[in-house]
Design a protein around this ligand. Structure first.
Ligand code: ZN
Length: 449
C-alpha cells in the first residue's frame, strides 16, 4: 500500500498529547527568556509547559529540534484569503488584469464553495510558510453561506485566527453590509471558539480603487459593530485618518491597513486613540503609486503607533512567503533611511510574532514561547544550503530563510506540518479543488476573465 506522506499519524495530535521539541535553538521572543541554544520545549494539552534542558515527560512524543530554530508561529494580521485562487488571473497592477480589476470583476461570481476552496489554498501555503495565525479579511462576504464557508475552511485547516466579516465586492457603496448576519455568526459562534474569533472589515470613506463609502453610512456600521463588541479593520488611504478622527471613529478596537500617506498630525491622532496599523510591505512597495510606495513604518514607530505585518493577498503578491514580507519592509526601510536608522532583525521578528499577536488581542495567549501560553510553534531548518551556516538565528530568519526551510508547524499543540509536509489535510486535493473552482468560475464568467 503506498504511503501517503501528506497524512500524519493522528495519535500524537489527540487531546492531552504531549511533545518535547528536543535540542533546538529556541528563539522565545519573550524578553525575559531571550534565546536558549540547544534547549527543549515541553508542550502538553496545547500549552507550552516548560523550556529548558534535559526535559522529560512520560508518554511525550519527541520532535528532534537539532539544527532547527524553534520559535513562535508567524502572525499575519490582514489577508484576503477568499481571493487566493485568483492568483491564476491577477497580473500585478495591470489596468485590466491587475489585482483590483480582477477581484472586482470576479468577486461577484464567487459561490460559497469557491471561497471555501480559495481560503483552504491560501492557508495551505500560509501554514507551510510558518504562519500560525491569520486575520482573514473577507471583503467578499457575499451571503451568510459565504461567511460560513470561509469559517469552515479556516477550521478545517487548523489555523488560529480572526474572521473579519466584510461585504460583497459588488455591494453598492450606499448600501450597508449585512450586520444582521454578522450578529448571527457572533450568536452562533465560530466552529472553534478557542482558535477562531470574529471581527468586522469595513469600507474606506476616502478615494480608493473600490470606491469611497459615505461617511454617514460608515458611522452607522461602525456603531453597530462596536455595539456587538467586535474589533474592526479598514484599508487606509491618504487622508483617511483625519476623516476618521473628525467623526470620532478612531479607537483601540480599530486596525488600519497600509501605513502610507500619513501626516505627522495623523500619526499623533492614531497614537492617542490606540489605533493600530498593519503593514503589507510586499504589496505596498508596488501597488501604492499615490504614495510612491513609501511605507511609513518609521514615522509610526516614532509616534509609538502599534504595528504588525501582513500578507494582504497571495493573489496580488503571487505568494504568501512571510519571510519576504519581513525582507520587503527591511528593504523599504533601507532605501528610505540607509544606515542612518537601523532596523534590526529582532524588530522585524517582533512585528512578525508578538506585535501581530498584540494587534489581534492575542498577546496573552500567543506570540512568544512563554510557559503558560498556547503552543503555536514553528521549527525552521538551519542546515539547508540557503541558510547555512547559522550563527545568529535572528539574522538568518530575516535575511536568508524561505518557506522551504519551515520544517514543522504546530498550532495550539497540534502538529499541522512535519518535515515540510502537511499533516491531516490532503494538499493535492486542496490544490485540485482550487484549480477546478477557478476553471468553473471563468466558465461562469463567460471566459471574459
Ligand atoms: Zn488588503
Amino acid at each position: 500500500m503506498p504511503h501517503n506522506n501528506n497524512r500524519y499519524t493522528a495519535g500524537p495530535n489527540q487531546p492531552g498529547a504531549a511533545f518535547i521539541i528536543r535540542g533546538g535553538h529556541v528563539v522565545t521572543m519573550d524578553p525575559a527568556l531571550g534565546e536558549l541554544p540547544d534547549s527543549d520545549v515541553l508542550v502538553a494539552d496545547g500549552e507550552i509547559v516548560e523550556i529548558g534542558t534535559g526535559l522529560h515527560r512520560p508518554g511525550a512524543t519527541e520532535i528532534d529540534g537539532g539544527g532547527m530554530i524553534v520559535m513562535p508561529g508567524l502572525v499575519d494580521t490582514h489577508w484576503h484569503l477568499w481571493n487566493s485562487s485568483l492568483r491564476a488571473l491577477v497580473r500585478g497592477d495591470d489596468p485590466h488584469q491587475g489585482y483590483f480589476p480582477v477581484t472586482l470583476r470576479m468577486g461577484p461570481y464567487f459561490s460559497p464553495e469557491d471561497s471555501y476552496h480559495s481560503v483552504r489554498l491560501g492557508l495551505a501555503e500560509g501554514i507551510a510558510s510558518g504562519i500560525t495565525t491569520v486575520n482573514n479579511w473577507s471583503h467578499n462576504t457575499r451571503s451568510p453561506a459565504h461567511a460560513d464557508a470561509e469559517l469552515r475552511a479556516m477550521h478545517g485547516m487548523g489555523v488560529r485566527g480572526r474572521f473579519s466579516y466584510g461585504w460583497g465586492q459588488d455591494l453598492a457603496l450606499d448600501q450597508p453590509m449585512n450586520l444582521d448576519d454578522l450578529a448571527r455568526v457572533q450568536r452562533e459562534g465560530t466552529p472553534d471558539a478557542a482558535l477562531l474569533t470574529l471581527g468586522a472589515a469595513v469600507r474606506t470613506p476616502v478615494a480608493n480603487p473600490r470606491g469611497a463609502v459615505p461617511v454617514e453610512l460608515l458611522k452607522a456600521e461602525m456603531a453597530a459593530i462596536r455595539a456587538l463588541g467586535l474589533p474592526i479593520t479598514m484599508h487606509a488611504r491618504p487622508g483617511v485618518v483625519s476623516v476618521l478622527a473628525r467623526h470620532g471613529l478612531l479607537g483601540a478596537d480599530l486596525q488600519l491597513v497600509h501605513p502610507q500617506g500619513i501626516s505627522p498630525e495623523e500619526a499623533g491622532m492614531l497614537a492617542a486613540a490606540g489605533t493600530s496599523f498593519s503593514c503589507s510591505p510586499v504589496i505596498e512597495m508596488h501597488y501604492a503609486q499615490a504614495t510612491r510606495g513609501e511605507i511609513q513604518f518609521q514615522e509610526l514607530l516614532d509616534h509609538q503607533v502599534p504595528q504588525s505585518l501582513s500578507v494582504d493577498s497571495s493573489a496580488a503578491s503571487a505568494n504568501a512567503d512571510y519571510f519576504s514580507c519581513m525582507r520587503a519592509l527591511l528593504w523599504s526601510h533601507k532605501q528610505r533611511f540607509g544606515s542612518k536608522i537601523p532596523l534590526p532583525p529582532r524588530r522585524l521578528l517582533e512585528l512578525a510574532t508578538i506585535d501581530g499577536a498584540r494587534d489581534l488581542g492575542l498577546d496573552h495567549r500567543i506570540g512568544s514561547l512563554t510557559p503558560g501560553k498556547r503552543a503555536d510553534i514553528i521549527l525552521v531548518r538551519t542546515t539547508d544550503a540557503n541558510v547555512a551556516p547559522m550563527i545568529d538565528p535572528l539574522h538568518t530568519l530575516v535575511y536568508s530563510a524561505q518557506p522551504s526551510n519551515v520544517d514543522t508547524v504546530m498550532v495550539d499543540g497540534k502538529v499541522l506540518l512535519r518535515n515540510g509536509r502537511h499533516c491531516g489535510v490532503d494538499v493535492d486535493e486542496i490544490v485540485r479543488a482550487a484549480a477546478a473552482s477557478i476553471r468553473e468560475l471563468r466558465a461562469r464568467f463567460g471566459q471574459a476573465a
